[in-house]
Design a binder for this molecule. Structure first.
Ligand code: PRP
Ligand code: URA
Length: 208
């Protein structure tokens, strides 16, 4: 089974509370998603492999460590886009793939409309980004595509997760660690997360 990491940090908790607030503006929502993703990115990269290198300081030659495995970010469109810049800020050499999925409003099943991934994705640590893990259908489908292209080091980062989605994702992809800012109570009859924050894509892009 993959590991589940639920963030336990006062700054993340504070920002998630602001994100949930229905009166938070589009601008603030976008900034909060960025800030939460940045803080989570530190955690999700804690086990990136490093190698020893030599470095010359102004005073002497010494050894240090540098990242050995390159990173690929794969936001699930649309809402995952809101987390990309934050992780790029701390892993600037990361390549970025995109998987386009939307949930059919009636069946709640993911429908694919786009997939473009870095050609060397199998060599990279892949971070799949989506603020919401509800039924888990979108995350499972996105990771299916990414694995078909040969990736085998995959983590999933989300801001809000429902218990149902965590179970579905960890059963379908037991090798994938999941990083969550807040674990919520349940899904409602429309498969929205409760208490949640509403529709992440609409709130991020102002399409309510
Ligand atoms: C949202 C969200 C996830 C998905 C989660 O996207 O960003 O991708 O729903 O739900 P699931 O776990 O039940 O699959 P949505 O389908 O609303 O598309 P959008 O980002 O384009 O708004
Ligand atoms: N997608 C969202 O954006 N919000 C939810 O609560 C569930 C799926």
């Amino acid at each position: 089974m993959g590991k589940i990491f639920v963030m336990d940090h006062p700054l993340i908790a504070h920002k998630v509370t602001m994100l949930r607030n229905k009166d938070t503006s589009v601008k603030d929502f976008r900034e909060l998603v960025y800030e939460i993703a940045l803080l989570m990115g530190y955690e999700a990269t804690h086990d990136l492999p490093t190698e020893e290198v030599t470095v010359e300081t102004p005073l002497m030659v010494t050894t240090g460590r540098q990242i050995k495995r390159q990173v690929a970010l794969v936001p699930i469109l649309r809402a995952g886009l809101g987390m990309v810049d934050a992780i790029m800020r701390i892993v600037p050499a990361a390549k970025v793939g995109h998987v386009g999925l939307y949930r059919d409003p009636k069946t709640h099943k993911p429908v694919e409309y786009y997939c473009k991934l870095p050609t060397d994705i199998e060599e990279r640590q892949v971070l799949v980004l989506d603020p919401m893990l509800a039924t888990g259908g979108s995350a499972v489908a996105a990771i299916d595509f990414i694995k078909k292209r040969g990736a085998n080091n995959i983590k999933f980062m989300c801001i809000i997760a429902a218990p149902e989605g965590i179970e579905v994702l960890s059963k379908a992809h037991p090798d994938v660690d999941i990083y969550i800012a807040a674990k919520d109570e349940k899904l409602n009859e429309h498969c929205y997360i409760l208490p949640g924050l509403g529709d992440a894509g609409d709130r991020l892009f102002g399409t309510l």
